[in-house]
Design a protein around this ligand. Structure first.
Ligand SMILES: [Zn+2]
Length: 367
């Protein structure tokens, strides 16, 4: 909790604090005006409106609607305009700039290359374009006085059968900044164990991966991701609370899986606002992130899809401050948790923690 000498934990002060983001989808973070520009350039005619403000509102309302069809339609539009090199470079560069403007100092941004092949781009060309875009965005952020580093995660889609191919793609580009792998898409009916050959390959290559698990679907999905597949982190992982019992007198009992997750310090890539939109929690105040933070799981705070959720890392942290009364020490804890859990090397993680995060929060805690 903050002391009386600390800077007040206002949205503006949170914006100025160094932040780390581990779970953000490239195709869920476009600027509405860019979607419109790219649609025009590519002859894409399916957008619901060509007014940027209206389009931004449409994305948020569609994601809020509770309708899976409308939710998927939002990604049909963003992916629909990301089918050539220029578009991918621009979207990635703007992603890096937008995150830097939000005070993010390190981010891992993910996408599924197989969604961008409609106009004939090869998987390798797609990865090269996105990497070029991130580097351009990092340079532009630096020119604006902000230092950010972006690592890339490549996703395979659960419902397709290309996970080994995408895992090989990730390893092929790891020296160019692809730091890990993920599987995304519908959990129900597509257990992560369908992709065991990809995970086995990644482990043999000493490569890193996280798995979207325990978002809407329950404990079996988390258990499989950890104990069959060997995931180092959990995308969301929010249903781990199903293995935690809180008695009427406040006594807490952790089941074996929840204990394992906490004991092993398995990072949870939590995305509170996104979970409200998919119905995994009714409000931020009721979101399991409060309990999991109190129990000192390795909680990290993320955006998932900034366009669809109308959020930033700063706004997510501000919402948690409002719901749970968190102070600077808590926000620093989330940030260091995330940096410790990143897929870049130990020395690089430590340098950002010691040289950027700790001094940044020290200025806010004892100004
Ligand atoms: Zn996600």
């Amino acid at each position: 909790m903050s002391t009386s000498a600390s800077a007040p934990v206002t949205p503006a002060a949170i914006l100025s604090a160094p932040k780390v983001l581990l779970h953000d989808h490239l195709d869920g973070g476009l600027r509405p005006a860019t979607v419109i520009d790219l649609a025009e350039a590519a002859g894409y005619r399916d957008l619901p409106t060509t007014d940027a403000d209206d389009l931004g509102a449409w994305f948020r309302e569609s994601a809020d609607s509770g309708s899976l069809v409308r939710y998927l339609e939002t990604f049909a539009h963003t992916c629909g305009v990301m089918q050539d090199e220029d578009a991918l470079v621009r979207v990635a560069a703007e992603c890096a700039e937008d995150l830097a403007a939000d005070g993010v100092v390190y981010a891992e941004v993910r996408y599924a290359p197989e969604l961008f092949t409609e106009r004939g781009m090869s998987l390798d060309a797609i990865v090269e374009a996105v990497q070029a875009g991130f580097r351009a965005g990092e340079r532009r952020a630096a020119e604006a006085g902000r230092t950010i580093r972006i690592g890339t995660l490549l996703c395979a889609m659960r419902q397709n059968a290309r996970s080994l191919e995408i895992a090989e793609l990730a390893v092929r580009h790891r020296d160019a900044g692809v730091v890990g792998f993920d599987i995304a898409g519908p959990e129900a009916g597509f257990p992560p164990t369908r992709n065991l050959d990809a995970f086995e390959y990644l482990r043999q290559q000493n490569a890193h991966f996280t798995i979207h698990a325990g978002e809407a679907f329950g404990l079996p999905s988390i258990w499989e991701a950890l104990q069959h597949c060997g995931a180092e982190r959990l995308g969301h992982g929010v249903r781990i609370v199903d293995d935690i019992k809180v008695a009427g007198d406040g006594t807490v009992h952790l089941g074996r899986l929840a204990s394992y997750v906490r004991d092993r310090r398995i990072p949870l890539e939590m995305c509170p606002t996104s979970n409200l939109q998919t119905g995994a929690a009714a409000s931020i105040a009721e979101h399991p992130i409060g309990l999991l933070t109190r129990l000192r799981f390795r909680v990290t705070v993320n955006t998932d899809n900034r366009l669809m959720s109308g959020c930033t890392v700063s706004s997510e942290l501000a919402a948690l401050v409002e719901a749970f009364g968190y102070g600077w020490e808590d926000l620093r804890w989330f940030t260091i948790n995330a940096m410790k859990s990143a897929f870049i090397g130990f020395e690089e993680r430590l340098a950002i923690i010691e040289d950027v995060i700790k001094p940044g929060y020290a200025r806010l805690i004892s100004p």
